[in-house]
Design a protein around this ligand. Structure first.
Ligand SMILES: N[C@@H](CCC(=O)N[C@@H](CS)C(=O)NCC(=O)O)C(=O)O
Length: 217
């Protein structure tokens, strides 16, 4: 059954791989599943056809036969549940890997997303410049806790899992701020994730997609 995901027609990051289709591409590459990409423009995202697939008018989405999913966490959990390689066989190890997926999305990504809010959505507010250091300090606090837990381990809990895939994807979003360099263990962890052949393929695919010449039609 063919898999179709959606991605920005042109990612605002110009192909740096920070849009959330990259993490879905990465999971599909780890699972060895071929997929197609349907580009969606910012305006099409808010129209009924896309809203029928994604209630909040966003990307990524995932279609496989009559299964339609949204939310990168749910999509990656689905891929990891259906194919070997992203979740351990042992039930307790599996539960812990899933815990790290939730931790990435619920405890680490929210403070990181505040950078975008303060810089763009609130950038014109008189208090925005004062707020930014507070936001960065909250991120530092969370990253120092994560770094302490990771320690010198290669991955968060034994072998690489969907928990690491999600955590590395979330941490990559701090890259434009440079904050990751303050946490050498986390920077090395992210570099290990980026070095995985499946990540390399996913990154190259989104880069090619975001830098392709628009068709003449
Ligand atoms: N929690 C959602 C967030 C989805 C999301 O924010 N997608 C962004 C792209 S990475 C988007 O579509 N932004 C455009 C918009 O919200 O209008 C997920 O993890 O999939």
């Amino acid at each position: 059954m063919s898999i179709i995901i959606t991605a920005f027609e042109r990612s605002p990051d110009g192909g740096k791989g920070l849009a959330r289709d990259t993490r879905v591409r990465w999971a599909l590459e780890e699972a060895g599943q071929p997929y197609e990409v349907r580009p969606v423009s910012f305006s099409a995202m808010k129209e009924p056809a896309h809203l029928a697939v994604h209630p909040f008018g966003q990307i990524p989405t995932y279609e496989e036969g009559d299964l339609v999913l949204f939310e990168s966490g749910a999509i990656i959990f689905h891929i990891a549940s259906r194919h070997p390689g992203l979740l351990p066989e042992d039930a307790n190890a599996r539960a812990r890997a899933i815990t790290w997926m939730f931790a990435a999305l619920n405890s680490v990504e929210p403070p990181i997303l505040e950078i975008v809010t303060v810089k763009f959505a609130e950038g014109d507010k008189p208090w925005s410049k004062e707020r930014l250091p507070l936001v960065l300090d909250r991120i530092r606090h969370r990253l120092s806790q994560l770094s302490a837990r990771l320690g010198d381990a290669e991955w968060l809990d034994g072998a690489f899992s969907a928990g690491d895939l999600m955590m590395v994807s979330v941490l990559l979003r701090t890259r434009p701020s440079g904050i990751l360099n303050e946490f050498p263990k986390l920077a090395a962890y992210v570099a290990r994730g980026e070095a995985r052949p499946a990540y390399q393929r996913a990154f190259a695919a989104q880069l090619a997609f975001n830098t392709a010449q628009p068709s003449a039609a």
